[in-house]
Design a protein around this ligand. Structure first.
Ligand SMILES: O=C(O)CCC(=O)C(=O)O
Length: 329
């Protein structure tokens, strides 16, 4: 083909592509945002093609949030925001929080690895993270990237490496994937000055803090406590044990007896706590009277009030974002 006619053919093809994109966008708005490169190349996702394909201990650890066991209000996002329930000393599960989040599309395993392979995350063992408390775990964490974590650590059964770095705020792209934020986080985005000018002390203020956590089945932080916090599961599921701060505020031995074996007071991993301790002594009765045992599903937010002791076990590969009152970017 002659050089001149080759150029005009290429120009024609380019014009046709533009025209098709324009027709597509004007007839179907969802076409407009499609990045041609986004799904045209296959991404290696490692041993399990999707988050959902990885092993999940549903039989052993899942339950259906029976009212006598979970005992938590499970409410819509609208009700949560109208009632300002983050001001209460009562945990909640809030549904449909991620319905409009781009993360649902951009954090599927392949898209996550395509968009964010080099994002730096901190990983540590679930027990160390729980024991130190996630806010002070900085030294117990080693830094890696999302790509390295997913390929070399996440399903390495010889090691327990869990990405849970409360102090490492997510970079911009990831933050945008989690919008609209639920309240009380959205308030800061919309009107940061009113938060900064507030008379309340810093540890009462919800700011723009949002951190990422990624882990496999049966990982999860052992018992710990901190300021009021939110946890939103994007993919996967988490089972929580929550224990009312009031119940042990005057009796710290009660908390120790609850979380550890009296005869051998090392902290067990969360799966082993369920297997070896939950049914023994008074623990199950304590939780049924003064606590909660709930499964949080993808799209749901769990609110933990200040000081409540809690521990978590992931059911399957789980990707979640967390925020804590008082922390900022
Ligand atoms: O997901 C976990 O393992 C722990 C979550 C937690 O403790 C929190 O968000 O405060």
């Amino acid at each position: 083909m002659k050089k001149g006619s080759m150029h005009s053919t290429q120009r024609l093809i380019r014009l046709l592509i533009l025209l098709t994109a324009w027709i597509c966008a004007s007839s179907d708005p969802s076409c407009a945002g499609v990045d041609v490169n986004e799904s045209s190349t296959q991404i290696n996702t490692g041993r399990y093609a999707t988050w959902e394909d990885a092993p999940a201990s549903i039989e052993e650890f899942d339950h259906d949030n029976n009212e006598d066991i979970c005992r938590l209000p499970i409410i819509s996002l609208k009700k949560w925001e109208a009632g300002k329930f983050w001001l209460y000393n009562q945990p909640f599960i809030v549904t449909n929080v991620t319905d409009d989040w781009p993360a649902l599309r951009r954090w599927t395993k392949d898209e996550f690895l395509r968009h964010y392979p080099d994002v730096v995350v901190g990983m540590g063992t679930s027990r160390e993270l729980g024991q130190t408390g996630p806010d002070d775990a900085g030294d117990a964490l080693s830094k890696t990237t999302i790509n390295d974590y997913v390929f070399n650590w996440m399903h390495n059964m010889k090691r327990d490496n869990y990405v849970f770095d409360r102090k490492l705020n997510m970079p911009d792209g990831l933050l945008e994937d989690c919008q609209p934020y639920p309240q009380p986080l959205r308030h800061f985005v919309e009107d940061p000055l009113s938060v900064f000018n507030s008379d309340l002390p810093n540890n009462f203020l919800w700011k723009d803090h949002l951190a990422l956590t990624i882990g496999r089945d049966q990982q999860g932080l052992t018992f710990h406590r901190h300021n009021a916090a939110l946890n939103i599961v994007v993919f996967g599921a988490k089972r929580w044990i929550l224990y009312d701060a009031e119940r042990f505020s005057q009796n710290i031995t009660r908390l120790k007896r609850m979380t550890r074996d009296i005869d051998n007071p090392i902290q067990l991993s969360t799966p082993n706590w369920f297997r070896e301790l939950y049914n023994k002594n008074e623990r199950q009765e304590e939780i049924r009277n003064y606590g909660h045992d709930c499964v949080q599903r993808a799209g749901e937010m769990l609110y933990v009030p200040r000081g409540w002791a809690h521990m978590v076990i992931n059911i399957g590969d789980s990707v979640a974002v967390v925020s804590e009152r008082g922390l900022d970017a």
